[in-house]
Design a protein around this ligand. Sequence first.
Ligand code: BDR
Ligand code: CA
Length: 317
Amino acid sequence: KIKVIFDTDPGVDDAMALLFLHRAPQVDLVGVTTTFGNGRIATTTWNALYLTERFGIDAPVASGTAAPLVGPVPAPTEFVHGANALGDIDLPERITREADPRPAHRFIIDTVRANPGEITIVAVGRMTNLALALREDPAIVGLVREIIIMGGAFGYNGFHGNVTPVAEANIYGDPLAADEVFGGTWPITVVGLDVTQRTQMTTEYLQALAKDGGEVGRFIWDITRFYVAFHHAAGVPNMFVHDSSAVAYLLDPTLFATRRGALRVVTEGLAIGQTIQKPDDYNFPPGAWDDRPSHAICIDVDPARLLALYRRTIVGG
Ligand code: BDR
Ligand code: CA
């Protein structure tokens, strides 16, 4: 089994990705670490505890910090995910699970060190926890099996940013953290808007999940009502598949086409949060980016196969 830490800000599509990981037979979910983003850190951590408790997911939850590496605590994106970040469904007053006493970045370091070469980190929120782990223990770059990141936008397939014309939300929410993470020599694959917006769930697809997917399928239907309405208000007829695309890459990388190259994030000015790759297969003159490690980005996807994998994993059979 693949040992996975899921770094997340649940979040409607984060919850869908967590359930995808939970149902995947080849995955051993060893921890959930939380980031601010779709909600404040107290909200996303509570949601992670609630989801693990409700669905019997046997993994500790460790809370991340409330703010990016620099700058103030940002306002949560309530207009996308709802005030409770789970589409404003009714939630219980109380849960019994409690968070791991360690901060998320320490949990990541300890777990990676206890399982050298075995941990895959699927990161679908702001990159703050990963950057803090890297700052505190730089040697972990050689001990992580793989990092799969949902974030960024590189301009493939006609897709650009979703916060500004060039910036995607997870990167925009802590651009410095993302730039530091991309500067590490750990093996990274980035699953950005170029592919996540190409894969869309229709109402019929979600209805069929609700019908055939038991409690999990019905829960997905409930939490996606608000998220789908947000898409509709933005003129998008179907729902983009962001965070679950990172899980899909983990389960079946042949769904994607990738390109390698050095990665940078713009950390100030008008284009703050923009992700840029200098592809290895393009003959640039030698220059300032040559000391940056090469990482893969996803530039294309097979949406039909990805949606079939998600359905098969949630519904079973
Ligand atoms: C990303 O931002 C969040 O709203 C989603 O959960 C996803 O991780 C998409 O830009
Ligand atoms: Ca997310």
